[in-house]
Write a protein that binds this ligand. Structure first.
Ligand SMILES: Cc1ncc(COP(=O)(O)O)c(C=O)c1O
Length: 393
């Protein structure tokens, strides 16, 4: 069972009540430089101004036609029309990106199946445990690049023993490393998925941090999806938690894309059924908050807030990574996003050693993950050298 990040975060908050030197880098929530949550005034204001009608009633289970239309447009961006020329698209609201992942596992797999994930990853095994699934890993990195060879060899091996395979790709701003695939790497992943013509592939494209990439065009990879052949169905999982900084509201969605019309209709029905039989419906407040920001005039204001926040997140990461480099503290290759991983030999012991010095971080395969999104620039100053000396790296 994966370590419980929410528990580490709670321990950090408890420690803060006693000590004044606690560094809480445990969880992927943005805190501003003054340590306040809610770095986007447009979001806080919009929540406060929602009416009873936008909060209290039951919503449509899938979010309703307006929500789905706007959400699909939001995520696919200017490539939507092009994508829709060859692909069928539908969506279902979910409680956060987590709801989209959990329901995809539930709908698309049967107990004892394997899901295909990288060796360094966010806690997908939590969802796998619940759906009684096993993990089949590929290596994430080959040096400073995505390990395409391992991805291909391991997928070949899994496809030889299992007909339908859920393949998870978390990009951009991979959690926990902060890596973002190059366009070439993403294209080659698509080629590999396309080559598995004897199998059914469910491509779970986890774009929780889509807005935080510093790629020139953060939707360009979406424009490659139409290259996917009919045996591949794509589920883009969207996280409103990360996009709008509304972690507790549980805003998310699964966007279904495929060249096969019936498959999309069937999957949509299953997501709705899954929702009704588990969480019932995504909170109305999160659906309505999204609807608010889908309006061009509101989106414009939000994007300004987002740009400021994005800039701060990147400055923090750059500061940490530059200091780390200077003193020889090794991290996984980082591009952008909420996290960085410091490589250590014994992550399960090392994160506890850091806790003894009031630094709260999360053990991962190969190292310790620091959620730099939640630390101020001031807290990050000197942090790499502290970690290096505590862990004798
Ligand atoms: C990679 C990744 N995917 C999905 C999620 C789901 O986020 P939420 O359920 O809060 O929208 C997270 C949250 O930390 C994440 O890091």
């Amino acid at each position: 069972m994966a370590v419980d990040i929410l528990k580490i975060s709670k321990d950090a908050r408890d420690a803060k009540k006693i000590y004044n030197d606690v560094i809480d880098a445990s969880i992927g929530m943005f805190f501003d430089e003054d340590k306040s949550i809610g770095g986007m005034p447009s979001v806080s204001k919009a929540i406060r101004e929602l009416s009873d009608d936008q909060i209290l009633p039951y919503p449509s289970v899938d979010g309703g036609p307006g929500f789905k239309k706007d959400l699909i447009s939001w995520v696919l961006g200017k490539y939507e029309d092009e994508i829709k020329k060859t692909m069928y698209v539908d969506a279902c609201a979910t409680p956060g990106g987590s709801g989209a992942i959990a329901s995809t596992f539930s709908i698309m797999t049967k107990p004892k199946d394997y899901i295909f994930v990288s060796d360094v990853r966010w806690q997908y095994e939590r969802f796998a445990d619940r759906a009684k699934l096993n993990i089949f890993e590929h290596k994430l990195f080959d040096g400073d690049a995505f390990n395409l060879q391992s991805f291909k060899e391991r997928l070949d091996a899994l496809c030889a023993i299992q007909h339908r395979v859920v393949v998870i790709v978390n990009d951009p701003c991979h959690n926990p490393t902060g890596y973002t695939l190059t366009l070439d790497e993403f294209n080659k992943i698509i080629d590999i998925l396309n080559s598995k013509t004897e199998n059914e592939i469910i491509f779970l494209y986890d774009v929780a941090y889509l807005e935080f990439t510093h790629e020139e065009d953060n939707r360009l990879k979406m424009s490659y999806l139409p290259k996917l052949k009919e045996h591949v169905m794509t589920i883009v999982t969207f996280s409103g938690s990360k996009t709008f900084g509304v972690y507790g509201l549980r805003m998310g969605a699964a966007i279904i894309l495929s060249k096969n019309k019936d498959q999309v209709a069937d999957a949509h029905k299953k997501y709705v059924n899954e929702a009704r039989g588990s969480w019932s419906a995504t909170p109305t407040i999160s659906i309505e908050l999204f609807n608010h920001f889908a309006k061009p005039e509101n989106k414009k204001v939000f994007l300004k807030d987002l740009a400021r926040l994005n800039d701060i997140v990147q400055k923090r990461s750059m500061s940490f990574n530059e200091q780390a480099k200077e003193i020889g503290l090794v991290t996984y290759p980082f591009r952008s996003g909420f996290y960085t991983v410091v490589l250590t030999d014994n992550p399960d012991q090392d994160y506890l050693k850091l806790q003894e010095h009031h630094i709260y971080a999360v053990p991962m395969n190969g190292g310790i993950r620091l959620a730099l999104c939640s630390l101020s620039i001031h807290e990050i100053q000197g942090l790499p050298s502290k970690i290096k000396s505590i862990l004798n790296l």
